[in-house]
Write a protein that binds this ligand. Structure first.
Ligand code: HC1
Ligand code: SF4
Length: 565
């Protein structure tokens, strides 16, 4: 700690790691491209330079504050360097901003405007290289890459995978998927976290908007939508509303866009809770494989398949809520409507790019057609509403369709890290203790990447673990496999903070945004009437009507699966 002078203002600093963080706290935003507060610092882009007395021009991301330092963050010299850095980057960057997915959220675009770059002194690149569109989830446009390396670092440091790598040196430097493979052939688990950190549109989601419009415009298709838990607390950000609950507005926007039926994935999140909790209780009492790992996150499932085939028996056999809904709609509800699975087109709105991959897994089909036909990320859904000319902020609140309308707060919690575990605990506690009404669980909450707690439910002693981020999951798995830790159940979500931090969520997917969305998820739960999955009466009726009850041979056939190596 000590005192530092920034732009003539004397400030105290304590544990800030670098001048950049001190300056931002003091109200001066220093531009950055290769810096991310949650990743290692490389100081490569030089945009964050500041002028320090007696030290000259230095990168503020990699310079620690020291007592007595005198710093200028926006002096003439500093801004001149920044402009030069931006101009050089722009010379090498495909400037097709009008057709770019990142337009409006691109940091290079924003800074070029902020620093008044009006004319470029350097010729722009002429050579265009092909895009990698092999992945169902992530598209890479090398022409827009500025080599900041954030994708390389997030994949290695947060997911422990390391799909991206640098190749060559100097002016020939490129970023490639390891061993020059296409992304689809790599170990990528489709989480989209590299999209979330990409500052300038080199990585984007593989958009499904065109397919969805084609289905809406096809008179032979009944188009049904389901909305995941997490987008309801984030989609409003795309329309300047902040991280507030926009569930009702999304329902209305979907109807106005031409969707025939609108359902809530929270309904099948409740369904998952019922099936998975009973699976868990069954394994506990009959000596089945433990710990039980959740399997609703398709990024985690693919990670387990790639790196931990020995754990696949531990994964819950429950399909994810997205796929349970797909199955209910194509196998059962289509019949109620008097149409074939092929005549129904199921769209889901998900915070997640891996859900696009999950939807195309061969195990999730009915009569030769996919249960879920297209997945729109939160961002893509907002783009579709914009294309439909919908004035989102003024929309009235719509309600979901019968007969799967009722939902509980526990299903909404799926959208944030710890939420699936809390739902299971509420269900199990409610069932074993015959408890009525609300049951709150504390240890499940908060955005830490690993949470472990012991819990007594009546006479049953449980040790439960929750992780988000696959690097953290890997650490936990090591502890379990070495015998250092004994747990009964583990919730794994690949993305930071769980689905609210998914790779398909709006830009500004940082810690603060994730916290706001997560807070709103708990807020929605607290405003709802019901809080445990077993209290969902529509769900009971649907279980009765379609399978003669829950957790039986027939629900197993339609709502479960089996992951193998
Ligand atoms: Fe999720 Fe799930 S919570 S995986 O994070 O279990 O994507 O939101 O839809 O399927 O319900 C995502 C979110 C989502 C599923 C549910
Ligand atoms: Fe790595 Fe996830 Fe990006 Fe795939 S989508 S490259 S796993 S960060």
């Amino acid at each position: 700690s000590g005192k530092i002078t920034i732009n003539g203002q004397i400030l105290e600093f304590t544990d800030e790691k670098n001048i950049l963080e001190v300056a931002r706290k003091a109200g001066f935003d220093i531009p950055t491209l290769c810096y991310h507060p949650e990743l290692t610092v490389v100081g490569a882009c030089r945009l964050c330079v500041v002028e320090i007395e007696r030290m000259g021009i230095q990168a503020s991301c990699s310079t620690a504050p020291a007592d007595g330092m005198v710093v200028f963050t926006h002096s003439e010299r500093v801004n001149k360097v920044r402009k030069m850095v931006l101009e050089l980057l722009l010379a090498n960057h495909d400037r097709e901003c009008t057709t770019c997915d990142a337009s409006g959220s691109c940091k290079l675009q924003t800074y070029s405007n902020d620093y008044n770059i009006k004319r470029l002194r350097y010729p722009s690149r002429t050579e265009q290289v092909p895009l990698d569109t092999s992945s169902l989830s992530v598209v890479r446009d090398p022409n827009k890459c500025i080599l900041c390396g954030l994708c390389v670092r997030v994949c290695k440091e947060k997911q422990g995978i390391g799909v991206w790598d640098f190749k060559n040196r100097g002016s020939r430097t490129q970023i490639i998927a390891a061993m020059d493979q296409s992304l689809a052939d790599s170990a990528c688990i489709n989480c989209g976290q590299c999209i979330a950190v990409c500052p300038c549109g080199a990585l984007s989601s593989n958009s499904s908007i065109a397919e969805v419009w084609a289905a809406i415009r096809d008179p032979k298709k009944t188009v049904v939508c389901q909305i995941a838990p997490a987008p309801r607390a984030a989609l409003g950000e795309m329309f300047g509303l902040g991280s507030v609950d926009v569930t009702g507005k999304i329902v209305t926007a979907l109807r106005k866009s031409g969707f025939d039926k609108v359902f809530d994935t929270v309904f099948t999140a409740d369904m998952t809770t019922v099936e998975e909790s009973n699976e868990f209780l069954g394994r506990l009492t009959s000596g089945g494989k433990l710990p039980l790992f959740t399997s609703c996150c398709p990024g985690w499932v693919k990670y387990a398949e790639e790196f931990h085939p020995e754990l696949l028996e531990n994964l819950s056999t429950c399909r994810s809520p997205q796929q349970m809904f797909g199955s209910v709609l194509k196998k059962k509800y289509a019949k109620d409507l008097g149409i074939t699975p092929e005549e129904m087109f199921v769209v889901s709105i998900m915070p997640c790019t891996a859900k696009k991959y999950e939807a195309k897994r061969p195990e999730f089909m009915t009569d030769g057609v996919y249960d879920v036909d297209a997945v729109l990320t939160t961002v893509e859904a907002a783009q579709l509403f914009k294309e439909a000319g919908i004035l989102f902020d003024n929309l009235e609140e719509g309600i979901f369709d019968q007969p799967m309308e009722q939902t509980t707060g526990s299903g909404v919690l799926f959208g944030t890290t710890g939420g699936v575990m809390e739902s299971v605990v509420r269900y199990v506690a409610g069932k074993l203790l015959n408890a009525e009404g609300r049951i709150d669980v504390e240890f499940t909450r908060g955005l830490d990447d690993t949470k472990i707690a012991d819990l007594n439910v009546g006479d049953t002693k449980l040790t439960l673990a929750i992780v988000n981020g696959l690097a953290a999951a890997e650490e936990l798995i090591k502890k379990i496999q070495s015998g250092e830790l004994e747990v009964h159940a583990v919730e794994v979500m690949a993305c930071p903070a769980g689905c609210v931090g998914g790779g398909g969520q709006p830009a500004q997917n940082d810690r603060k945004a994730r916290q706001c969305r997560s807070d709103e998820i708990y807020n929605i739960d607290s405003k709802m009437v019901l809080h445990k999955a077993q209290d969902n009466e529509d769900l009971d009726k649907i279980f009765q009507k379609y399978w003669g009850g829950c957790c039986n041979h027939d629900t197993h056939h339609d709502l479960h699966t089996h992951y193998h190596a």
